[in-house]
Design a binder for this molecule. Structure first.
Ligand code: MG
Ligand code: MG
Length: 267
């Protein structure tokens, strides 16, 4: 059942969603070769707890960490661990926070050091597709309009693989609410968008084939062809007029530009 939010609830949610961007911002200066993904997770977890919030992912259906850190051919749900970042790595960091009873959930993909042009194109196109999807998040449209916009840009226009098994979702008092928001689909199909719906829109796009498999840890989702995957996620409220993006990449993009160990010029 879709949970529609009141205007008051939306403003409470905005605090949670913006806090996720601040958690990203807090860890960005530390993203450089040599740092372990477990250390990145610790820094984010400490930041969230210091803000009197709770990391949404920790213990969610048994997930053991505060963040999902998915390196290179990992699509989503990667475990932080002893792996140390190195030049050329692609790191997808997904963060969720629970504050004042509502969740925020936002992912961003970082390029460590220099990366080749094909990877830059993957990151650019995946991020662009998120905004094409958001543009369709308007009352009267359908979920399929969002899905189709993402698929058209990434798969039809650029030939990347759109992951089918993992999808975006409603967001609110629960981390995952109805409806599902696939990154592929047909215009005019699916649940109708109404004022007060909050959607986590999150294209998960593979450089190569769309096929994935689950690793032996029971969580990490990997690409079948071992090629890189990218992931960007915003939380968006459907209103009577323009889509209201509750999360923000503004602080993330500013911090990214200040870190000489990250490639961001693809933007
Ligand atoms: Mg997420
Ligand atoms: Mg999500």
């Amino acid at each position: 059942m879709i949970q529609y939010k009141t205007k008051e609830e939306i403003e409470i949610m905005r605090i949670s969603c913006l806090l996720v961007g601040k958690a990203h911002e807090a860890v960005i200066p530390f993203l450089k070769p040599g740092i372990s993904t477990l250390k990145i997770n610790e820094l984010v977890e400490t930041f969230i707890l210091d803000q009197q919030a709770i990391p949404s992912f920790k213990n969610y259906h048994g997930f053991p960490y505060a963040t999902c850190i998915s390196m290179n051919d990992a699509v989503v749900h990667g475990f932080p661990g002893n792996y140390e970042l190195k030049d050329g790595d692609i790191l997808s960091l997904d963060i969720g926070v629970l504050k004042n009873g509502f969740h925020g959930d936002s992912a961003y993909t970082y390029a460590i050091g220099e990366i080749d042009n094909e990877l830059k194109r993957l990151l650019k196109v995946t991020k662009e597709s998120l905004y094409f999807g958001i543009e369709k998040a308007r009352a009267g449209n359908r979920i399929g309009d969002i899905s189709n916009a993402i698929q058209e840009h990434t798969e039809k226009k650029h030939g990347f693989g759109v992951v089918r098994e993992m999808v975006g979702h409603g967001l609110g008092r629960k981390l995952h609410e109805d409806p599902q928001v696939p990154n592929y689909g047909k215009k005019g199909y699916g649940p109708k968008l109404k004022e007060g719906m909050v959607l986590a829109i999150e294209p998960m796009i593979n450089l190569g084939v769309k096929d994935i498999f689950q690793s032996e840890d029971g969580w990490t989702v990997l690409t079948k062809d071992k090629k890189v995957s990218a992931h960007f996620e915003h939380d968006v409220c459907v209103t009577k007029t323009e889509p209201d993006v509750l999360s923000s990449f503004e602080l993330i993009e500013e911090a990214e530009k200040k870190n000489i160990n990250l490639s961001w010029s693809y933007n």
